[in-house]
Write a protein that binds this ligand. Structure first.
Ligand SMILES: [Zn+2]
Length: 478
């Protein structure tokens, strides 16, 4: 009798457990179905320090420098006037991932390098918005000033900031894409491949042809750069060899662009292999450009933070929208900023954006391609050190720069008519034109508005030994 009762009890427990597990399983399936995001995947690729005109499609004078990007752009929208909100990595990427101006998020300050600060945690990032919609979110970055410590990792399930080379980054991306191919994902991919130290030598041959260096120098430089155990910096070596000049630096840089393009091709091929080109929006861009002596004599090696000229803040922006013929091979000349990337992604995915973002959706500009007159002001600034402090306003036709420091150009103020003078060689500041006064006023208004847009505070943090070394290697700190 006792045994019978015991058996009955066990049977009841087993039945109860089975029903419980069936219900649990069903609810998980229902939950996943209900909560799975409907929109496509998002792959945001930021090639640090990529000048707008370093791509074949944007007019680079080296033939066939970026065949993969050029081919890709035929299937995508190429924005011909995209402005970065800062010419250095930390504030610019913060803007890209939050749609807030540097004056609002406050990560453009000498404090960022001297004391090491992280962004206010109340900020809402693109990754957080997408994670809230059940997107799988991951970042693969070469770190440095995009290290998680600055607050970049908010909203990412994984934030890999210890990648050392583009090849390593690509391998991780490849693995992740394969693993997540059936999921809905947002991946932020960042590489410093094009950033100094310039370690690609493919175009040294051209310099020999032009008699800028001789064959012996070419070989010596190649041997030095290709030796992973090199004892001094590339900059030091160029100086010691007395070939530290803009031609040599620019050609080393452009060889890096060529190398990067080959990996971009591999990324697209892998997406195609996994059938992900059918359901993945790809945004290809950069945080800022680089100067090769166009404005400041001697500024041709890793000095992008020092100003707000077009070579420093105009960047590539190419957006691939899957299954959308209207967006294939389009050119958009309307003025846009990397501040627009977040709202554009959110609008595309039908996600209601938070109220407090400063950018706009720019896919709408494709329909208005014949309407270049859309008048818009885009702002940029740099406050890298106490010697570098400038702010600028850019409209479709003109730019006004206010320089609060004295080390780099323009002196005090700059005003350029970009239609007649796209290379910004003729400073028209202090003329009495209405346009000059108007832009100066616009900038004054912006400087009052941006810090009030959201009240944010930064927090200081202690720099770890490895992070410090990484920043030293990249030339950010001494
Ligand atoms: Zn950068």
């Amino acid at each position: 009798m006792r045994n019978l009762l015991k058996t009955k009890f066990i049977k009841r427990i087993a039945l109860f457990l089975t029903i419980f597990l069936v219900i649990l399983n069903l609810s998980v399936i229902i939950d996943t179905k209900i909560n799975a995001p409907e929109g496509n995947n998002i792959l945001l690729i930021s090639i640090d320090t990529l000048r707008y005109d370093s791509l074949g499609i944007n007019g680079c004078d080296i033939k066939n420098i970026t065949p993969n990007i050029d081919k890709f752009s035929k299937e995508a929208i190429n924005f011909k006037s995209c402005i970065a909100q800062s010419p250095w990595t930390l504030p610019s990427h913060m803007t890209m991932l939050t749609s807030l101006y540097p004056l609002t998020h406050k990560m453009d300050s000498p404090k960022a390098l001297e004391k090491h600060i992280s962004v206010d945690q109340s900020i809402i990032t693109l990754a957080e918005m997408l994670r809230n919609q059940n997107y799988f979110t991951a970042a693969i970055t070469e770190g440095g000033l995009v290290d998680s410590k600055y607050g970049f990792s908010q909203g990412f399930i994984t934030y890999d900031d210890d990648i050392k080379t583009l090849k390593d980054g690509f391998c991780r991306l490849k693995r992740l894409l394969t693993k997540w191919r059936k999921k809905r994902f947002f991946i932020f991919f960042h590489t410093l491949e094009v950033h100094a130290p310039y370690i690609r030598t493919q175009y040294l041959e051209k310099l020999v042809d032009k008699e800028i260096i001789n064959m012996d120098q070419k070989e010596e430089l190649e041997n030095f750069i290709n030796n992973p155990q090199r004892e001094k910096s590339v900059r030091r070596k160029l100086k010691d060899m007395e070939i530290f000049n803009k031609e040599v630096c620019k050609n080393l840089y452009l060889a890096g662009v060529k190398y990067m393009d080959s990996y971009f091709g591999k990324i697209v091929n892998h997406l195609e292999k996994l059938d992900l080109l059918e359901n993945t929006m790809i945004i290809f861009t950069s945080d800022h450009g680089e100067e090769f002596g166009e404005h400041n004599k001697g500024a041709f090696y890793d000095l992008h933070f020092q100003g707000l000229f077009e070579v420093l803040i105009k960047v590539p922006l190419i957006i691939y929208v899957p299954n959308h013929d209207n967006y294939k091979g389009k050119l958009v000349t309307t003025l846009v900023g990397i501040i627009d990337i977040m709202p554009t992604i959110l609008k595309y995915l039908n996600i209601k954006p938070i109220e407090r973002i400063a950018g706009v959706d720019i896919l709408g500009y494709v329909k208005n391609e014949n309407n270049d007159e859309i008048y818009r002001c885009i702002f940029s600034e740099t406050h890298h050190t106490n010697e570098v402090y400038m702010k600028a306003v850019r409209t479709p036709e003109a730019k006004y720069i206010k320089n609060y420091s004295s080390l780099y150009k323009p002196e005090n103020e700059g005003f350029y008519n970009l239609k007649d003078d796209p290379l910004e060689q003729k400073n028209l500041a202090n003329n009495s034109s209405e346009q000059y006064k108007e832009l100066r006023n616009k900038l004054t208004e912006f400087i009052k508005w941006a810090p009030e847009f959201l009240k944010l505070k930064t927090t200081e943090f202690e720099l770890k030994k490895e992070h410090k070394q990484r920043l030293k290697d990249l030339g950010y700190i001494k």
